[in-house]
Ligand binder design. Sequence first.
Ligand code: AMP
Length: 277
Amino acid sequence: MKITIDLDKLWATRATLHGTLGLVPTMGYLHEGHLSLIRRAKAECDHVAVSIFVNPTQFGPSEDLSKYPRDLERDLRLIEPLGVDLVWTPTAEVMYPSGYQTWVEVETLTKPLEGSLRPTHFRGVTTVVSKLFNAVQPHKAYFGQKDAQQAAVLRQMTRDLSYPIEIVVCPIVREADGLAMSSRNKYLEGDERKAALVLSHALTAAKELYDAGERDAEKLRRKMKDVIAAEPRAQLQYVSCADYETLAELDAVTGKTLLSMAVLIGRTRLIDNFVLG
Ligand code: AMP
């Protein structure tokens, strides 16, 4: 397993990898969700590259960049047994050298949901993923359904910019009690861990309504809001029942649909989603 920081060393190692290459972009502090992406890449590609980079440009000014959890040694220990060929751990200076001024933006899909609360977030994501694609030149790139809007935005970017890369979206990995795994779960203190179950409970309640035949999107949104309102430690940021492709809010559920939400548990911001249909 080759670990590189600098671009020229990355390119030198990349040149030795023949056959198909799968890339798994991460911000580190790895958990089973990340490892499931790496295992899938390993199963589908001749070689696997993992990037670990806490990307400053996708954090807003009041967000948790400086306290985002980091533990590179632990990450490398977790990756080592999975047969990864290349780990790229660029610094911010390698990714955004002094004088940096080029950005990639997806216009419409970035506006609702996460984009409505984090207006500069996706510009940072699409820019850094473009740079990862250009530097690593993978055949396939692996992302989690956990960040459903991110996956939709990156599919759009890949199509629009004609990257010859297949975007593979992998299922959400959850703790045994249903909490979606996230590096940010580490912030949950005391009772907050239990309160965080309100996200998966709200999604399950809406899905049960849907399974019982409900197709009124507002009723599904209302159900999720009610479940969240009943948890005193939870502060709702948004709930959504939207078209899976366009992310536009629905009146009636007819095709593939994304139920999603962002909720503050104390000071920790969590997101989760289910796909219907
Ligand atoms: P992050 O390090 O949070 O930027 O996540 C890196 C990748 O792992 C993204 O594509 C995420 O969607 C994915 N991911 C994060 N959590 C999970 C999870 N619980 N299940 C599946 N994929 C995940």
